[in-house]
Ligand binder design. Structure first.
Ligand code: PEP
Ligand code: MG
Length: 322
């Protein structure tokens, strides 16, 4: 079966009734790109930059980061490369960035919250990404955005980084697309407002689920509560996808749900056209897409959105089979 799935590598992910879906991969660095290509990944929907920072004893310099992003960009040529800015804190700590211990790290000082305070770190990363942007199809993505103010501040930093590069006669893609993760419930609820100010969304279901149902994604004791099929989570997903489509911006999903075969048709029926996941999951999801239709996906979504609890939803999705 693995063999059969691999043979799907070179065929596009098109439903039986002709809807084209983009299947991208999540990676932490350029070394993973061979596996992505081997599995038929069409590009990178999420480059987590944490590993780049964790792999050093001190902050990687602009030059080191530039080389890393450039190497990834060159390997991908014109294929999509979404680079997420540093998402440290929570479960991921940097040895050279001591932060006070927190009662609730996942609700604490992390990701964009740190970057907006530490302009030195943030501008360095943004300049490195911008400089690499002339070597491929790069996009910038901000994690953990909870308010319009944060987004605007982050975008202002990109402008500042551009000005600094221009002043040094360094080239960059002035039209680089800027997007944000939708992984905090406030952002999912305000998707209509955010859609006017970014080029794309990427839904991070790992955190979105954790914050929506208030259950730590790492704590096995609340594993049952941490449930992406909770109708409350599904409504946030639907709102995000609908608002993105209404405002004609791209919307993808890079959280674990994108690689869950049970969710594929449900998400497709909501209007999702871009799924990003670990490379090894791509053939299985493609298999589902090419053997089903939009008509069926829409019917599944319509039925699921009428159901009031996840046990019923999961039973139904399993019966529908893939
Ligand atoms: C997510 O939250 O769904 C996500 C993709 O980001 P991470 O898993 O890196 O927090
Ligand atoms: Mg996240």
């Amino acid at each position: 079966d693995q063999f059969k799935l691999k043979s799907l590598k070179d065929i596009p992910a098109v439903t039986r009734d002709g809807k084209l879906v983009k299947l991208l991969a999540n990676i932490s660095g350029p070394d993973e790109l061979e596996i992505v290509t081997a599995n038929g990944g069409e590009g990178i929907g999420l480059l987590r930059t944490e590993m780049l920072f964790l792999g050093h004893d001190s902050f990687p310099t602009e030059e080191m980061q530039f080389e890393f992003y450039k190497k990834t960009a060159l390997k991908l040529a014109s294929r999509t490369l979404i680079i997420r800015t540093l998402d440290i804190g929570g479960d991921k700590q940097l040895p050279y960035l001591p932060l006070p211990a927190e009662e609730n790290p996942f609700l604490g000082y992390r990701a964009i919250r740190i970057c907006l305070d530490r302009e030195d770190l943030f501008i360095t990363q943004l300049k490195a990404i911008l400089r690499a942007s002339v070597y491929g199809n790069l996009k910038i993505m901000f994690p953990m955005i909870s308010s319009l103010q944060e987004l605007r501040q982050a975008k202002a930093m990109v402008e500042k980084a551009k000005h600094e590069l221009a002043a040094s006669n360094l080239t960059y893609n002035a039209g680089i697309e800027i997007g944000m993760m939708i992984e905090i419930p406030a952002a999912a609820v305000m998707a209509d407002l955010f859609a006017r100010e970014v080029d794309f969304f990427s839904i991070g279901t790992n955190d979105l689920c954790q914050y929506t149902v208030a259950a730590d994604r790492m704590n096995q004791q609340v594993e049952k509560v941490y449930d992406p099929y909770n109708p409350g989570v599904l409504r946030l997903l639907r709102n995000t996808i609908e608002q993105a489509n209404l405002h004609e911006i791209h919307v993808g999903m890079c959280g674990e749900m994108a690689s869950d075969p049970m969710a594929t048709l449900l998400l497709l029926g909501m209007g999702l056209r871009e799924f990003s996941m670990s490379a090894s999951a791509i053939p299985g999801i493609k298999h589902i897409l090419i053997n089903n239709s939009m008509a069926k996906a829409r019917e599944i979504t319509e039925n699921v959105m009428k159901m009031d609890n996840s046990a019923t939803i999961i039973r139904y999705l399993k019966e529908e089979g893939q």
